[in-house]
Design a protein around this ligand. Sequence first.
Ligand SMILES: Cc1ncc(COP(=O)(O)O)c(C=O)c1O
Length: 383
Amino acid sequence: MIDFNKKIDRSKNNSRKWDGRKKFFGKKDILPMWVADMDIETTNVVVEALKNKADQKIFGYTMENERYIGSLVNWVEKRHEYILSFDKIAHSPTVVTSLNLLIKTLTNKGDKIMVQSPSYPQFIKQINDNGRKLIINELVKKDGRYEIDFIDFEEKVKTSKVFILCNPHNPSGRVWTREELSKIAEICVKYEIKIISDEIHSDLILNGKHISIASLGKEVESLVYTCFSCTKTFNLAGIQSSFVVFPTIETKKCFIDELILIGVHEPNSFCMEMVISAYNKGEEWLEELLEHLRGNIEFAIEYIDKNIPEIKVEKPEATYLLWLDLRKFGVEGEKLKEKLVEDGGLALTMGEAFMGEGFARMNIACPRYMLEDGLERLKKAFG
Ligand SMILES: Cc1ncc(COP(=O)(O)O)c(C=O)c1O
């Protein structure tokens, strides 16, 4: 049994979540539950692999190899029952790098790209910063659960060049059902709309199985660019690694040309060992982690329902993020942030960044003592 509740110390960890408190919230002595990484140690199998790599003492230029790409292929087949072809997979340092370069290779300036709101902030930023036009298909809440308004979806996507899907969805934690994904696929095939499918959270499904939209048939697969990464799954974002699965070898080539243009050639030495060890030997750790996350989610939701019932929160079906609906308190924007920071001593990611005014995102991937502290602070802010 792994002890996910043991005390952790990130004071010398160069952590954005912890060291960024002063810069982003104006105060150092607050509890940070914002950035989406875990206050949890990664699996020992990765630590061992990194130590072994360090022991080699030579860190010259690397070359991507079959062990690296193969570890993803085996993982996705084993966990998600989807068979990827080796030759259509490319390494990319991060998913955000991939989003940026896919936008550049698949669209021109002024083209429309659709996302669903609330949206992972980098989707919005990459579209805007690249001079593309942001189109929003707003998710609608039915009985507290986010669903897709397919009439609006079709109306808007048909004039777009690309649709960026977040599967599972950050920040709501929705795991799109086979029916929902099939409907998305059907509409995108009908209008030949390309799909960038960000599946970085796909290993963090709390119940059930992940379905890659590209796995739903040849027609849709020919339109999909899937982003995978083990960095959320195993808490390795600081080392960086990700993959893109392309519909064709030609589209992969265009992407690699673009990567080379910005000076990114091959994966770094540590990232390759990290991915290979995590995917080949990390599954047992992940199962235990998911159990811990399920426990934290149950605990947090029960606490909120009992102590701060004005906050509406749905149980996420995936991810370690709680999307808190704080609209009952009648404060938004900077005022809401101030309330959390000044009254509660708590740093959450504010909803505005996701186009979700009046909401805040709370990261519960931490030891239980920290979660308890965070919930008490949340209560204090709104008490
Ligand atoms: C949906 C989604 N995509 C991408 C990322 C970032 O991935 P990377 O660190 O590989 O750029 C995140 C991080 O929170 C995310 O939630």
